[in-house]
Design a protein around this ligand. Structure first.
Ligand SMILES: *Cc1c(COP(=O)(O)O)cnc(C)c1O
Ligand SMILES: [Zn+2]
Length: 413
């Protein structure tokens, strides 16, 4: 029924059947889903896709599921908008925003990966799902897992923003707040995943989970009128989203949906945790793990040992892109810039992407006359703390016209 041929080790090419496994037994390389592109060509055409529902499942032949989609039936196909106001501010001709701040149901691109992962977990017969999360993944697994009737174990660093914790708790998962950073949480989860037969979406289900990220890229190509952009700027935590957008673009070439691929892929990180952009800037293939600054506001990107960092670097290099990182103050300025110009309230990861785009334009890495896409991956209502005391202030008045007009005079001066 599906087009999945199996799993394959990215290092030594050894093949594996479709099972909840994620590393090669021989070389410990990561496993990746491989598809039968040849037979898919005839079925997954532009015409066929255009007739389907406006969700991420319209690309289902390129997703690793055998059954009908079972979770996240309304996820994906988010807005794609021409950002003329922001383009003017940044001094470039053609700028678009792919807006995953409004994915259904939890307002970050993680709903895409979790929709795929939990559908696969159902196929594998799991009753319990789990994850290690910097916040957004916790929301998605909690919410989509609730709808799908899974028992849920959610592991987070205890220092996450209070509003991010509440936004998981409301779905009543088993929330485990760990005294440590994300990398500590992830290490613990690997140990737990070895002992309990649970579907850890970003560990033993990872090869399937990660494929969901491709749909962010597929939609960009479709919404651009079936062409790939010149530049795309992608925020990086584990590096998965970036690597999979690039994989998706190449798949659209392979099956003949686009005829040309000259996109340069750019990695965006916060300086407070920038193992991927640092390696790119140093021209190195080796990611040096870092200890994220626990005070940085860019918590959703704070992964010091990125699982797919190497793949992200490879994608950036293969495409002729680059990587940059940005300070917390610049992230806040960029969040406000995006809100002020385009009316979009992004979370800190969005500030990272916008600020890095601005930097890359000023450096000449992104040409001013090329078509650029910025990936906004999460909603600002989730990280309002980051802006406490950093926005403009309200005008306080008495409930009478005179008091209002006093203020109006001030404003119009
Ligand atoms: C998880 C996340 C990312 C990065 O995802 P990776 O695939 O781990 O690189 C980007 N933005 C937001 C808002 C996220 O939650
Ligand atoms: Zn191998």
């Amino acid at each position: 029924m599906g087009y999945v041929k199996g799993l394959k080790c990215r290092e030594c090419n050894r093949e594996y059947p479709v099972e909840p496994i994620y590393v090669c037994e021989f070389c410990f390389g990561p496993l990746e889903v491989v598809y039968d592109y040849k037979n898919m060509r005839k079925v997954l055409t532009k015409k066929a896709i255009e007739k389907r529902e406006k969700t991420l499942w319209r690309y289902r032949e390129l997703l690793p599921i055998d059954s009908e989609p079972q979770v996240g039936l309304d996820s994906g196909f988010t807005p794609f908008l021409k950002a003329d106001n922001l383009a003017k501010e940044l001094g470039i001709d053609e700028l678009y925003i792919k807006d995953d701040s409004v994915v259904h149901p939890t307002l970050s691109f993680k709903d895409r990966v979790v929709a795929v992962a939990l559908t696969k977990a159902k196929e594998f017969g799991f009753d319990t799902v789990a994850c290690a999360s910097t916040g957004n993944l916790a929301h998605s697994v909690s919410a989509l897992g609730a709808k799908a009737g899974f028992r849920r174990f959610i592991f987070i660093p205890a220092t996450l923003e209070p509003s991010k914790i509440v936004a998981s708790l409301v779905y009543e998962p088993n929330l485990i707040a760990v005294d440590g950073n994300y990398d500590d949480v992830n290490r613990l989860c690997i140990e737990i995943a070895n002992k309990y037969r649970w579907a850890f979406v970003n560990i033993n289900i990872r090869p399937f989970y990660a494929e969901g990220s491709k749909t962010h890229g597929f939609e960009i190509i479709e919404q651009l009128g079936w062409k790939a952009p010149d530049n795309i700027v992608v925020p990086c935590a584990s590096g998965s989203l970036l690597a999979k957008i690039w994989k998706g673009f190449k798949e659209f070439m392979d099956i003949g949906i686009i005829k040309e691929l000259r996109t340069k892929v750019f990695a965006a990180q916060a300086t407070a945790c920038s193992p991927v952009s640092t390696a790119i800037k140093q021209g190195s293939d080796i990611i040096r793990p870092v200890k994220p600054d626990p005070h940085s506001i860019a918590k959703s990107l704070a992964i010091g040992s990125p699982a797919e960092g190497y793949d992200a670097i490879k994608a950036v290099r293969e495409s002729g892109g680059y990587g940059e990182d940005i300070s917390d103050d610049e992230i806040i300025e960029a969040i406000k810039l995006l809100a002020r110009t385009e009316g979009i309230f992004a979370e800190t990861a969005g500030g990272v992407t916008v600020a890095v785009t601005k930097k890359l334009i000023n450096m000449g890495r992104i040409a001013r006359d090329e078509l650029t896409v910025i990936c906004i991956t999460g909603n600002g209502l989730k990280t309002q703390e980051a802006l406490n005391g950093k926005t403009i202030s309200p005008y306080y008045i008495k409930p009478n016209l005179a008091s209002f007009e006093e203020v109006l005079n001030e404003i119009e001066k």
